[in-house]
Design a protein around this ligand. Structure first.
Ligand code: TRP
Length: 468
């Protein structure tokens, strides 16, 4: 195992494709990849960050980062995964030049996965709790004070915060124990279109509210002075988070891709669909913000306090509200599964744990780490090293530091270590698709532009240039 370069164990694992899971069809690949991308990032993180960072300017930078940084990196990760057909650590060991330490990206990715899941599982917990509360019927209200109070009652209660997180972990564990294809594909394929439909309905309705005009100019008319280096870094971090890149999720999913799949086309479709879900969520939420007197900068509570207000106006509001959070829970589950998959498959393929054991160990670690995030607004509320709760630290460090750093490393790996020939072979399915020109461009981008750009944004955003 400690031998450097493509060891024989890595190679034999690679070719033992029969013992590895794989996506069964082209539609399955698309659905699962989309299932990883679409999640709380769209429904929860995108609106709250857009609201807190000034609206349109943030949105613009987010779009640019998605196109010019996110998309090439997503293609790169999937290509690495499909070439190696292994977990991120083994994949990089197999493709790296002899003796080079690129596999460490996989180790960092595993750490990032735990950090993200620690807070992500808690937000999924809130969503689960909201499904139950919506059904009990006492969530609907268009009074900002009231909806904020409902949210606070949940997150400031340590017992509820912790129990719902355990429910989430148990639920995810159950699905994962069923295996890659059955578990992940089946759920996502059927239910994502429903979420999309409900968002269209909700967005359309919200646009008839009196605050719609104000919401549209908040979202689409940039106030340039609000774009600070910190805002740019946050927007770029969101682009990483949204597309599930920078830590090995897309490498892992790439390893299950079919040989015929057109990687750049799939990545582009996923990116566009993901973007439309975020924009729809924004359309649903911001008109309500301006119509009912919420603060766009409410932060992580934003979706939880505004959506009940939108539904409060509709006939059948309670049921629709429950449906909204249920579909959000399902989208979040698909994303969470893809996060879990990284440590699980590493523990399974590299440490020789059975998949069930790897899953249980991951859940156990997560239960411990996650508790810190779950209790960050109750028992641990006073513990704010550096002015952030543990929840906020996990969120901040993963999106603004680990994922971009992972992105730099992956770009450098593909641009400088792996070689353009192999990369182009993956993008063109060994010459069957006409993607060679594209591979050239993306390769140059990954070599010279992407890493520098990410680094500059990170340094500026962290205040290195301003000396703060
Ligand atoms: N993209 C998912 C969302 O928006 C979250 C997610 C899944 C993720 N896998 C990831 C984020 C890997 C970063 C890295 O909800």
């Amino acid at each position: 195992m400690s031998k450097s370069g493509p060891s024989s164990t890595d190679a034999s694992r690679t070719h033992a494709t029969t013992s590895r899971g794989a996506f069964s069809s082209s539609l399955g690949v698309l659905a699962a990849t989309l299932g990883s991308a679409v999640g709380l990032g769209n429904i929860w993180k995108f609106p709250s960050l857009t609201g807190a960072n000034g609206g349109a300017g943030f949105l613009l930078i987010y779009l640019l980062s998605t196109l010019f940084i996110g998309l090439p990196l997503m293609v790169a990760e999937i290509a690495i995964g499909r070439q190696a057909r292994a977990n991120p650590i083994s994949a990089l060991r197999q493709l790296q030049p002899r003796g080079a330490p690129w596999w460490l990206i996989g180790v960092a990715g595993m750490a990032a996965a735990f950090l993200i899941m620690a807070f992500y599982s808690e937000v999924v917990a809130w969503v689960f709790a909201y499904v139950a509360k919506a059904l009990s019927g006492n969530l609907l209200s268009s009074d900002p004070v009231q909806t904020q109070a409902s949210f606070d009652a949940l997150v400031r209660d340590p017992v509820q915060a912790l129990l719902w997180q355990w429910v989430v972990l148990a639920f995810i564990g159950g699905i994962l124990l069923l295996g890659v294809t059955r578990g992940i594909e089946a759920a996502t394929k059927r239910l994502m279109p429903l979420l999309f439909l409900l968002l269209v309905l909700l967005g359309g309705y919200s646009l008839t509210l009196p605050g719609a005009g104000q919401a549209l100019s908040f979202l689409f008319a940039p106030e340039w002075h609000k774009i600070t280096p910190a805002v740019v870094l946050t927007a770029m971090g969101l682009a990483f988070f949204k597309l599930s890149i920078g830590m090995g999720t897309m490498m892992t999913y790439g390893s299950y891709f079919t040989a015929e799949q057109n990687i750049p086309a799939t990545a582009t479709r996923v990116m566009l669909a993901d973007l439309s879900v975020s924009l729809l969520a924004g359309m649903a939420i911001f008109p309500a913000v301006f119509s009912f007197g919420f603060q766009p900068s409410a932060g992580p509570s934003l979706v939880f306090i505004t959506i009940p207000a939108v539904f409060a106006q509709m006939p059948g509001g309670s049921v629709l509200l429950a449906a909204f959070f249920l579909l959000t829970a399902i989208a979040a589950t698909g994303a969470m599964l893809s996060l879990m998959e990284v440590p699980v498959v590493i523990l399974h393929e590299r440490w020789g744990l059975s998949r069930p054991r790897a899953t249980l160990l991951t859940l156990l670690i997560l239960g411990l780490l996650g508790a810190g995030c779950a209790l960050s607004q109750s028992t641990l509320a006073a513990f704010q090293p550096g002015g952030r709760t543990l929840f906020d630290w996990a969120d901040y460090l993963s999106s603004n530091l680990l994922l971009p750093a992972g992105g730099i490393a992956i770009a450098l790996f593909v641009g400088w270590a792996w070689g353009e020939r192999a990369f182009a072979a993956q993008l063109s399915n060994h010459g069957q698709l006409g993607n060679q020109g594209l591979a050239r461009v993306v390769s140059l981008l990954l070599r010279w532009v992407t890493p520098v750009l990410i680094l500059l944004v990170m340094l500026a955003g962290l205040g290195v240039f301003s000396g703060t």
